[in-house]
Design a protein around this ligand. Structure first.
Ligand code: TXA
Ligand code: MG
Length: 318
């Protein structure tokens, strides 16, 4: 426990500078973003990137997102066009991740990209994350800082609980404001394809582009985004979703007027619900006396699409 506690550092300038040194030297730093905490490494350091896969027990076929602090990075590594820059200008920094065609053959980023011809990139909207990237001087690859397929962390303590001493340093920036991961869109073709619903509403992207965003259902066994795996984000207890009348032995996570042991948002605010989702799944895991959790229905619009996506995967059982 002590070791875990010692791993967490306040997000001060001094500590961010230390963390940047760790990144430069090939270590792993967990840091806050507006969505969830990320487990970061220098994109160019293959050993460090391999360390991320090992710490998370994540398969190597699963590519990582490069986090950048300046749009200029894109020119060097990805095929860009007006659409990409317009989206970046409108939604960055923020919870939108773009999958782009790679133009660089630098093998050191092969591992981060899982050998794919695409590069996945986002600019997080969090001062600690942005400072860390700037001070490190390199893009930082960062998956969510949790073990593969388990619930994503929205506090520094969640990271410590899940990964503990596997991380060299955890920067604490408090609870994540958005609370679900970024929205991922594929821009490698003419159409815009949603690979993962997330913190940027699909409707907002469509309204901005003036075009439909297609939804990829993916192949659950060969996902282009493992967020597409049928079971993901899973709590330990069994979970039922869309439940208005829970069984007496179920721990009930409510929403709006369907009140429960916890309520994602009594006022039915989807942003509030998203920001609480993962923390409440963890609490429910701890508190469910009979190993059963039920969750109230959540509408499917706006951030509700991401919330329901995570709940569906969390509740999946063969
Ligand atoms: O909000 C977020 O995106 C957080 C924070 C830390 O930035 N990161 C995050 O990373 O959620 P991760 O690795 O847990 O999820 C990224 C997803 C994975 O499902 C991965 O398969 C998918 O993005 N992905 C990455 N590169 C891809 C690519 N080139 N093509 C398709 N999917 C890709
Ligand atoms: Mg993840």
């Amino acid at each position: 426990m002590c070791e875990k506690m010692n791993n967490i550092f306040a997000g001060t300038d001094e500590n961010i500078t230390k963390a940047a040194e760790i990144i430069k030297n090939g270590g792993l730093v967990a840091f806050p973003t507006e969505t969830v905490y990320g487990l970061g490494a220098n994109v160019y350091n293959a050993a460090a990137v391999a360390g991320i896969f090992a710490a998370k027990q994540r398969p190597h076929f699963d590519p990582l997102i490069s986090h950048i602090a300046e749009v200029d990075f894109l020119h060097e590594y990805a095929a860009t066009d007006e659409r990409v820059f317009a989206l970046a200008k409108r939604f960055w920094p923020g919870p939108l991740t773009m999958v782009l065609n790679r133009i660089d053959n630098n093998p050191s980023i092969d591992l981060a990209c899982s050998g794919l011809r695409t590069l996945t990139v986002r600019m997080p909207n969090h001062p600690i994350a942005l400072q860390l990237i700037k001070k490190s001087g390199v893009p930082i690859v960062a998956p969510s800082a949790n073990k593969y397929q388990s619930v994503s962390p929205t506090t520094a303590q969640h990271v410590a609980d899940g990964l503990g001493s596997k991380v060299d340093m955890i920067l604490d920036g408090g609870a994540c404001a958005v609370g679900v991961e970024s929205t991922i869109i594929d821009l490698t073709g003419k159409d815009v394809v949603l690979l993962r619903a997330g913190g940027t509403a699909k409707e907002d992207i469509e309204a901005f582009l003036g075009q439909k965003v297609f939804v990829s259902n993916g192949n659950p066994n060969m996902p282009t985004a493992p967020g597409q795996l049928l079971r993901h984000y899973a709590p330990k207890n069994c979970l039922r979703i869309n439940i208005e009348n829970p069984e007496p032995d179920e721990f009930y996570i409510g929403f709006g007027h369907n009140d429960g042991d916890l309520n994602l948002s009594p006022s039915a605010d989807l942003c509030e619900a998203a920001s609480r989702l993962f923390a409440y799944l963890r609490l429910a895991d701890e508190r469910a006396k009979f190993g059963k959790i039920a969750v109230a229905p959540v509408p499917d619009n706006g951030l509700g699409l991401a919330i329901n996506d995570r709940l569906k995967r969390a509740s999946y059982s063969k």
